[in-house]
Design a binder for this molecule. Structure first.
Ligand code: UTP
Length: 287
């Protein structure tokens, strides 16, 4: 079955960015001139996704506004003949996006459960806004390519430093079935560093069969007292094989302060309008 639908959970509290996220959605924080969530939406579209659901919560209205038309702003840019800016503003409203609210931030697993009716009985992908991936083949497309061969749920992973394993869902790989594709013994959310079964971490990209919803409905709270998607995936793996794919590409962690600054600097050094100035600034600071 073709993978057509994507779910982007964006209902988290963003506590790592307080006070910035008190009244602003974390997903709207820009990397240079584009909100992080737009990079994520663009990856989904570049992967052939046709329908996107964003799960929002309190204080997230700006996400809906961003993907809506902005008639006054558009008219203003048109009257000033700022056509390039007009195109960039219209770009984000030309996409077919649906929204649903998660009433309380009970965890990522609960956020995905809100997508049950939207997804129906189809395989779908999940993209988290904390990770931006730059790759020749979009990350989600890489997962879809694997799914087309196997028809299994496929979880995107990459190797992280041992000392960071307690921040992620970590897989316990069983065997590499084909290049970069692993059969998995188990999935564990945020293990203690000394107990991490590997350094292969789930990095915000999932392709799931709809069987996950039944498990999410009965999923109890786990790490951080939240309903964890990783725990439901671990249970799914006991019913039908869930594979892990070590995807190609550079992944930027924009979910914490340092990762956000790191990503901003790297993107600034590639941005046609400012890269020369930013390089000069870095040289000056290094002297
Ligand atoms: P995170 O834990 O990285 O996001 O959740 P957060 O909770 O917003 O950030 P911190 O840790 O408080 O700083 C991973 C993803 O799951 C979503 C978040 O929006 C993020 O995309 N999420 C998390 C929800 O949609 N609902 C939740 O209840 C929890």
């Amino acid at each position: 079955m073709k993978v057509r639908k994507a779910v982007i959970p964006a209902a988290g509290l963003g506590t790592r960015f307080l006070p910035a996220t008190k009244a602003t959605a974390k997903e709207m924080l820009p990397i240079i001139d584009k909100p992080t969530i737009q990079y994520i939406v663009e990856e989904a579209i570049a992967s052939g996704i046709e329908d996107i659901l964003i799960v929002t919560g309190k204080g997230k209205r700006s996400i809906e506004d961003h993907f809506d038309t902005a008639p006054e702003l558009e008219q203003n840019l048109l009257s000033k003949n700022k056509l390039e800016m007009l195109a960039s503003v219209q770009e984000s409203s030309n996409i077919k996006i649906h929204f649903i609210r998660q009433k309380q931030p009970l965890g990522l697993g609960d956020a995905i459960l809100q997508a049950k009716a939207f997804v129906g009985n189809e395989p779908f992908v999940v993209l988290l806004g904390d990770d931006i991936v730059e790759s020749e083949v979009p990350c989600v497309k890489q997962l879809i390519n694997q799914y087309e061969h196997t028809q299994n749920s496929i979880i995107g992973v990459q190797t992280v430093p041992k000392e960071h394993t307690n921040r992620y869902g970590i897989i316990n790989p069983q065997e590499e079935v084909t290049s970069h594709l692993f059969k998995v013994r188990g999935f564990v959310e945020k293990p203690k560093i000394e107990e991490a079964p590997s350094q292969l971490a789930i990095l915000g990209r999932y392709l799931l069969t709809p069987a996950i919803f039944e498990l999410l409905e009965t999923q109890e709270s786990g790490s951080g007292d939240e309903i964890q998607l990783t725990d439901a995936i671990d249970r799914l793996n006991k019913i039908e094989d869930v594979l892990a794919y070590d995807f190609a590409g550079k992944r930027y962690d924009v979910g914490d302060k340092f990762g956000f600054v790191d990503t901003t600097i790297r993107f600034a050094l590639k941005h046609p309008e400012i890269k020369v100035q930013v390089q000069a600034l870095i040289n000056e600071l290094a002297d």
